[in-house]
Write a protein of this length. Sequence first.
Length: 270
Amino acid sequence: MILIISENSESTTTEIVRWLVTMKKKFIRIHENEVFEIKTKEKRIYIESFRNCFFIDEITSVWYRRGGLQFSRKKYKDYAVNLHMNEYQHWLEDYVRNYLENKKHINKESNYHLNKLIVLDIAKELGFDVPEFFLADNTSEVDQENIITKTIAGNGILEFEENHGFLYTSLVEKKIEKNFFISFFQQKIEKDFEIRTFYLHEKIWSMAIFSQNDDQTKVDYRKYNHKKPNRNIRYNLPGNMEEKIEFLMKKLDLTSGSIDFIKRGDKFIF
């Protein structure tokens, strides 16, 4: 049985589920608002939520898309007992996650959140062209017009009570007098076009994105122009680039993911 860990309304997951139904494959889809209890029956472990219940040894493969497994924990009045049992329950949860991650899988919850700074260091070690970057808590030494800033975190979405906002890559256009929280700055690269590469189990597909001709998408193509979308075409990366991508993904212990490049002359800039 296939286990899918995703979000309630994630459209890509829904498309895959339709294929699985068509192919008559057995699967369980876990949503981000499910909370499981760990239970046992006949010397077997099973987990149960308000909408799903299954023995973990029934799972043959796992696709981790988004979200994650959440578990409820019992609480005890005595402080020492509660502290001890909290640790006890943690190790049970850790065992269940580890057991499932050792099945045939596409990505894992345990390493889903990558540290962008570490990834950039690894990319440089592997020989990718990585623009100069630095961290700073002020703009006194920032060269305006030639520096961009972007979030350090992988998730660039801010969730508010009634709506949400996105953190995009932005050009540094003016200096700020006061200090601020340590932020990520990087050399701005003029691009011929962008490339998005998708990797899945040692197979690679790439697409050229002509975002440079639209002021709205010029700095960050994710500022989608829905009225006049960027032109996208299939693109084949050189063999040596695909080899580096494979080394990178294995180093990061990822079986699937996307990588963005800027094409500038004969260079592919990570």
